[in-house]
Design a protein around this ligand. Structure first.
Ligand SMILES: Cc1cc2nc3c(=O)[nH]c(=O)nc-3n(C[C@H](O)[C@H](O)[C@H](O)COP(=O)(O)OP(=O)(O)OC[C@H]3O[C@@H](n4cnc5c(N)ncnc54)[C@H](O)[C@@H]3O)c2cc1C
Length: 336
């Protein structure tokens, strides 16, 4: 990390996209005293964003199984920022369990990740009584989760409270905007970020009063981590596939795998009502790492891949540090 000699001053800032990346940028810039305008092409329900379909897990330790150390570094900083700005965010940990046949993968997951405790059946039942079918689990006590469809409106309200403006239904073009422009368009930024690709993630929302969970539960799966996240009011999100495809449908095979995982976590999910099938395209660069690209007054923040909720606060802080003091984080930023 180094500081460039050019201080950036307190310029007005336009942000394109009010998904998790744009929303965190707008919040931190507005709180730092910048005149912020956010342009979002969809309406306030944000159904055109990938963020709308996310699990919202803040799980840097579990994610270490498949991701680079940079995800952990930024993720840990983000946990602090979530705690600081949204003190009600639940940080009651996450659990990893496995079907008996996936025992070897469970042990591998334990080896590749840190900051967990092994719970035996009794300790697991004390923590999460519904998981009585498992003989043990890995518990990551410091992980948290947010409900994307609740937290995005909270972020948007926070931006307005800090003096920023959000214009929904505004399909913006960076060339038409003056001052500092921060492009947080996710996959739609492919016209300028040519290396981006979409990685499909499918999810299902179900509803039942027969199962109670207090924290996300991951089920070890040979191809991608499957999980059940409690959403409150008897609703659960089942996620998520990870498929190199930009088709946005939900396949029968994926639905079977997601529903099957829920059934393994608790057989009462068999009677749950299906509320929604959905999918989002995760914006990813070839290395699956996030990137802040700076070209004079234009900044692009993209490639949040499967970690948007985990990384957005820390990335926004880095962008702010660059604009305010010229600080450059060489691992994440590319300056033209
Ligand atoms: C099923 C699934 C589960 C996931 N689970 C997790 C998880 O548990 N934890 C985690 O950290 N991450 C998770 N992710 C990843 C996360 O959702 C993404 O990394 C993140 O949503 C990307 O955010 P973004 O703001 O870059 O893009 P988006 O959320 O897509 O936001 C971009 C916004 O820009 C707007 N836009 C585009 N073009 C324009 C324009 N010209 N003018 C105005 N607005 C424009 C779009 O309408 C959109 O709202 C998951 C993803 C999926 C699909």
């Amino acid at each position: 990390m180094y500081t460039s000699s050019k201080p950036r001053g307190e310029s007005p800032v336009s942000i394109i996209g009010a998904g998790i990346a744009g929303a965190w940028h707008a919040l931190l810039f507005a709180q730092a005293g910048h005149a912020v305008t956010v342009h979002e092409r969809s309406d306030a329900r944000m159904t055109e964003s990938t963020s709308h379909f996310a699990g919202g897990m803040l799980a840097p330790w579990c994610e270490a199984e498949t991701s680079e150390p940079i995800i952990g570094r930024l993720g840990l900083r983000s946990l602090d920022l979530w705690r600081q700005h949204f003190p009600d965010t639940p940080f009651n940990g996450s659990l990893v369990v496995a079907h008996a046949r996936d025992r070897a993968d469970f042990e591998r997951f334990a080896k590749l990740t840190a900051n967990h405790r092994r719970l035996d059946a009794q300790a697991l039942r004390r923590l999460e009584p519904a998981l009585e079918g498992f003989r043990d689990a890995l518990f990551y006590p410091d992980e948290g989760h947010v409900e994307p469809r609740r937290v995005l409106p909270e972020l948007h309200a926070g931006i307005t409270k800090a003096g920023g403006r959000i214009e929904f239904g505004s399909d913006a073009n960076a060339d038409d905007l003056d001052g500092v422009v921060i492009d947080c368009r996710g996959l739609a930024a492919r016209d300028t970020e040519h290396e981006l690709r979409g990685v499909k993630g499918e999810m299902i929302v179900v509803e039942t009063s027969e199962v109670e969970l207090s924290r996300p539960v991951r089920l070890i799966h040979p191809r991608f981590p499957l999980y059940v996240i409690p959403r409150g009011d008897g609703r659960f999100m089942l996620g998520a596939t990870s498929i190199e495809s930009e088709d946005t449908g939900v396949s029968v095979r994926s639905a079977l795998e997601l529903l099957g995982a829920a059934y393994v976590v608790h057989p009462a999910f068999a009677e749950a009502r299906i509320v929604e099938f959905g999918s989002g395209l995760r914006p990813a660069y070839p290395d699956n790492l996030p990137r802040i690209s700076v070209e004079q007054q234009r900044i692009s923040v993209n490639g949040l891949y499967r970690h948007g909720f985990l990384l957005a606060p820390a990335l926004a802080e880095l962008t702010l540090g660059y604009i305010a003091r010229g600080v450059i984080d060489n691992e994440v930023m590319r300056c033209a």
